[in-house]
Write a protein that binds this ligand. Sequence first.
Ligand code: ADP
Length: 242
Amino acid sequence: QLQKPKLILDDGKRLDGRKPDELRPMKMEIGVLKNADGSSLVQVGNTKILAAVYGPREMHPRHLALPNRAVLRVRYHMTPFSTDERKNPAPSRREIELSKVIREALESTILVEEFPRSSIDVFMEVIQADAGTRLASLMAASLAVVDAGIPVKDLIAAVAVGKADGIVVLDLNEPEDMWGEADMPVAMMPALGQINLIQLNGNMTPDEFKQAMDLSMKGINIIYNMEKDVLKNRYAELKEES
Ligand code: ADP
């Protein structure tokens, strides 16, 4: 589509039928891969992310190991079939940048000091991209890290907020991401009350920014409760199996 469509319709709803303060449907699952130490599948609307975690394990190559903490290595990657036009499988600048952004946010949650000389390797594959892949990947990584039994300070819950046709909206869809006036991904460690990732593309007034922050906090709380439920249910399942 080459021309901006109307993003907020006359009934006040968005192109996907949601109200401005509504989240997309979400699904989260952990322990989905047999050969990884931890794994997860996260779906936010049509965005689907698979995450795998290995470690903590002995660092290879050894000279990259740190004497006082684990090194976190993170790869965000889009599969060639994840977008409407085949994506070149070679890592793009965007993927390299997002890998770094995700690593820094994830690192702030992990107790890396407990694992000197080790590495923790986190892989995220975007299976289907439909806006919000960096945050869905970050949440998938956070869940997979916990699934691997790695101690964390808190889970990460995250959602993008922004502005479309002058309205502050929660959890941007792809047309809003592409054509909206502002796009602001926000990630938090909710129990600690700490924001660990925030970016802003586009423009908002300070008032709209405040409104957007409030809206993101609402969304993050709902998502955080879903994450905790996923972990609780998984542990209940494991107990039954044993
Ligand atoms: P995020 O996925 O975190 O929102 P961007 O704002 O960079 O990150 O991308 C927005 C959306 O644009 C993506 O979720 C995806 O749907 C689409 N997109 C990103 N990169 C590509 C690409 N190389 N080819 C096609 N679509 C893409």
